[in-house]
Design a protein around this ligand. Structure first.
Ligand code: HEC
Ligand code: HEC
Ligand code: HEC
Ligand code: HEC
Ligand code: HEC
Ligand code: HEC
Length: 383
């Protein structure tokens, strides 16, 4: 039995090592290819120096500036006000060397002067940094580490599973049968756990908070600058959909407001670029009910006079918008069963539910829930 376990561990280790090696070889191959493309004009040394300068590994001035600590070079999933290294590469691609150097060394606006206070670079170093930014433009940001390791873990599990099944059915190196069973069972449990978690995350997206193409902050607008939700989501009380404001709406203010406290000019500049190119901003949709469900904002925010926060949480405190509720059927029904409808003085109900209204007036009943008005009826929510 002990020998069997050792034998199995040996097989699994060999499989894993082969897999991991090929994984990294293929990953590194990509980088090499990319370097070949640029080798013609730039020495690989310049690139290396540029990369090290960007990561603050070469002393420049009294307080060496680590550009990468603000301008991330890998994909991150947390909100961060600074432009990423890829953002920089794209926004500066058409600058000539002089204006690129100028942007870095002679900042004109408040925010960029604060953040670049420690930037001390000579002309050659600036060119080297630019080479490095150019490679990021072609290779993109590095992939998120956790995602890669989760994928690697998943594949290793599959390999272990295959190894156990192969040995059980064909090679028969291990004589102690229950060992196969245990290993197969454990591998299957973990594989299904991963698949289940990913599937649930696909369909329902509680806590979903994707990074948006422009770092638009509800906190900055709704709380710090006291802009009403309806200013931007202006169909919320009258239509099914709340609507997402167009770039024109942003321009009402950003024609004048060109610099933000946190992001400087960088993010607001993106609005102007979209205006010039006459391109809509491709906001990533967060809340999304399945197609077979009918939901109307007019019914809830208009007629029902519910506060946005009952369904969306404290949006006005969020820099990065997050879906707070799971939007499941149970969630809709829980509220419909407990929520007292706001009858008195509501024109909509006076017309639609005259008899209920009479009963309340005559003190036969004192309140009604949404469910009692038909809010549990399948056809109200399903086509
Ligand atoms: C200055 C304009 C503006 C104001 C004011 C504003 N929003 Fe938004 N809202 C947006 C934009 C732009 C988006 C899309 C980007 C995003 O998701 O952050 C959005 C997205 C949303 C979403 C998510 C939409 C989706 O994709 O599911 C919700 C919910 C929302 N806003 C609620 C509110 C609430 C509640 C308020 C008031 C507290 C409010 N908004 C005020 C502009 C605004
Ligand atoms: C009613 C006026 C108004 C509208 C409409 C408006 N904004 Fe703003 N926005 C502001 C103000 C005021 C600031 C804060 C400037 C500051 O920080 O001093 C701001 C700041 C910003 C910032 C920078 C945040 C920071 O602090 O760095 C971004 C990005 C931004 N807005 C994007 C948008 C987008 C995108 C839209 C359209 C969906 C939009 N805004 C619509 C008034 C508005
Ligand atoms: C403390 C954080 C921080 C550090 C460190 C930092 N930056 Fe920045 N950088 C920013 C922010 C924030 C902006 C956007 C400011 C604005 O638009 O007003 C910016 C803007 C820039 C821009 C201008 C992009 C454009 O299109 O306007 C360049 C280029 C740049 N940074 C390069 C660098 C380099 C190179 C280094 C290292 C030597 C560096 N930064 C270090 C925060 C930082
Ligand atoms: C009763 C719950 C509820 C209330 C109250 C509510 N919402 Fe929503 N909201 C939702 C649901 C559910 C969705 C997803 C709708 C879909 O996918 O069809 C949504 C989606 C949105 C969206 C994305 C665009 C759209 O219409 O699909 C925005 C923006 C939004 N809500 C803003 C608001 C604002 C602003 C308020 C307050 C004035 C508000 N909501 C009040 C439940 C609510
Ligand atoms: C926070 C409480 C709340 C949540 C959550 C909620 N609702 Fe409602 N809903 C109400 C209220 C209050 C009314 C009453 C307005 C009315 O009677 O027209 C209502 C009415 C309705 C109606 C009209 C019912 C009728 O009798 O005509 C439909 C359809 C509906 N909701 C669908 C949904 C769906 C779908 C969801 C989930 C995605 C949902 N609601 C989530 C509070 C809620
Ligand atoms: C208040 C609104 C509402 C009412 C009333 C309602 N549903 Fe749903 N139903 C939903 C929502 C929202 C979803 C989507 C849930 C999700 O995506 O997880 C859903 C999903 C479903 C699904 C798909 C399975 C699932 O969980 O995703 C079935 C089947 C279903 N409903 C049947 C019914 C039947 C039968 C009734 C009547 C007894 C009913 N529903 C009443 C809101 C409602």
């Amino acid at each position: 039995m002990k020998r069997d376990i050792l034998k199995f561990l040996k097989t699994a280790t060999v499989f894993t090592i082969i897999f991991t090696c090929s994984f990294y070889i293929s990953a590194n191959n990509g980088d090499e290819d990319k370097e070949h493309h640029t080798q013609g004009k730039i020495s690989p040394d310049d690139l290396k120096v540029g990369e090290r300068l960007f990561h603050g590994l070469i002393i420049t001035g009294d307080n060496t500036s680590n550009c990468a600590s603000c301008h991330n070079t890998a994909v991150i999933d947390t909100f961060n006000w600074n432009p990423s290294a890829l953002d920089l590469a794209l926004s500066t691609e058409n600058m000539d060397s002089a204006s690129f150097a100028n942007t870095l060394l002679n900042p004109v606006t408040k925010r960029i002067s604060e953040v670049h206070e420690n930037v001390k670079l000579d002309a050659q170093q600036i060119v080297q940094i630019r080479y490095y930014l150019d490679t990021i433009k072609t290779s993109g940001l590095k992939e998120h580490k956790r995602l890669v390791s989760r994928l690697a873990f998943f594949i290793i599990l599959i390999i272990i599973l295959l190894a156990a099944v192969t040995d059980l059915a064909f090679t028969k190196k291990i004589k102690f049968k229950p060992l196969h069973g245990t290993i197969i069972l454990l591998a299957l449990v973990f594989i299904f756990k991963i698949i289940y978690e990913d599937a649930v995350a696909l369909g329902r997206s509680q806590d979903y908070a994707p990074l948006q193409p422009i770092k638009f902050s509800h906190k900055v607008h709704a709380t710090d600058n006291k802009i009403d939700c309806i200013y931007c989501h202006h169909t919320v009380e009258t239509a099914k959909s709340a609507g997402i404001p167009s770039t024109n709406v942003c321009m009402n203010c950003h024609e004048l407001v060109r610099e933000g406290t946190y992001s400087g000019r960088f993010e607001i500049q993106k609005i102007l670029t979209h205006m010039e190119k006459e391109e809509a901003v491709r906001w990533i949709r967060i809340h999304k009910l399945p197609d077979h469900v009918f939901f109307s904002h007019a019914q809830h925010a208009g007629v029902g006079k519910l506060d946005c926060s009952e369904c969306h949480g404290k949006v006005e405190d969020m820099h990065l918008l997050k879906q707070v509720e799971d939007l499941s059927m149970g969630w809709c029904l829980d509220c419909h069963r407990s929520k007292k409808v706001n009858f008195i003085g509501n024109e909509y109900y006076e017309k639609t539910f005259e008899d209920f209204h009479e009963k309340i007036k005559n003190n036969e009943i004192d309140s009604l829930t949404v469910a009692e008005l038909g809010g549990e009826n399948c056809m109200k929510c399903h086509y």
